[in-house]
Design a protein around this ligand. Sequence first.
Ligand code: NZQ
Ligand code: ZN
Length: 389
Amino acid sequence: MLNFHFYNPAQIYFGKGMEDHVGEYVSQYSNQILLHYGGGSIFKNGVYDRVTASLRKAGVRFVELGGVQPNPRLSLVRAGIQLCDENNLDFILAVGGGSTIDSAKAIAVGVQNPGDLWDYYMDPEKPIRGALPVGVVLTIPATGSESSPSSVITNEANNLKRSIASPKIIPKFAVLNPEITYTMPKYQIACGASDILSHLMERYFTPVDHVDFTDRLLEASMRTVLDNGPLALQNPTDYHVRAELMWVGTVAHNGLLNTGRIGDWATHHMEHELSGMYDIAHGAGLSIMTPAWMRYVYRENVGKFIQFSRRVFGVEYPLDDPRALVEEMLFRLETWYRRMGLPVRLSDVGIGTEHLEEMARRCMLGRGKDGHFKVLTETDVLRIYELAL
Ligand code: NZQ
Ligand code: ZN
């Protein structure tokens, strides 16, 4: 186990009706805020009405900026920075999923740092001096952005999707009411579960040995997603199922399960090139890239893959043939993705060979190499895209 420093200051308010108190939570920080949201689902399911009623009751003045798209765009972020500057807004409340939260975090950084915001996304070493505080009402369990230190933004001028990470953008609080997720479209339930599973797998496949405690926590978390994902599709209003997914989604990405180990993250980076280039949902890109990455890298540490196959997927044989065992695990994983209604090949979403080389090149921009379980070169990344065809 490696040395580590674990700190996650995001307060979590979990359960039924919690969003009715969001005005009280916000007023601990500010009484003039930016209210940021997506394409309108919060109007249809009543969340907007409940949140704004609570803000008014607490005497919080708000300026609104809606219209965040999945794979959030830099241009709307710039509009948000301008709104905050013009109206002296010093807190951002994101009501939505990862895209809205990430857009809010980007605005928060843009307001408090000099120069062009996009330079911070292109250069992970560029120091972030500060950020406006951000609060969250989460409407979709998926990215873990509600308590993560990252923000992922797409620059529509060049289709590059890039991220920043800083403890300064961990939200001050997140309101998690599983009932709010009842109205999610089935495809988003599936994409969200796929993203949570991937955050757990990225951490699981580490080059670090002797991490049994976090291995076990990760295995239990993965089983929680594998068991509850299909149940959420079958019965979207089962509170207990939605609660399991919502909480595991947050814990998957709040840093706890990363303690003492190094995650891989190459699959996420390859996926970001896909969703940057083709504007597909992040969770769907992950269900395509994960099996391809596994097929390419499992020889790097066969023992870890056997442990994963046995403990998470219950594959017990043939132990004398690791390749067959891993293939059986992959069959079960791909069957799960398909059962969730997710793609497992690029061809499933109509993508061919046309941009594979370009995506492999872009994946290496500013990195040189990628991944930790197996360190990948640009050629490796291209091979993995080809395996995903
Ligand atoms: O925009 P609205 O109308 O709200 O509709 C959204 C959107 O169309 C809809 N939705 C959300 N909650 C709903 C709902 N519809 C009905 N009822 C509800 N309760 O779902 C659609 C997808 O929303 P989005 O926010 O895009 O989804 P998600 O949470 O999966 O976020 C994906 C983005 O986060 C990034 C991804 O790359 C992607 O850009 N990630 C952010 C991370 C982070 N900051 O830590 C880590 C992740 O690995 C990921 O990369
Ligand atoms: Zn993700």
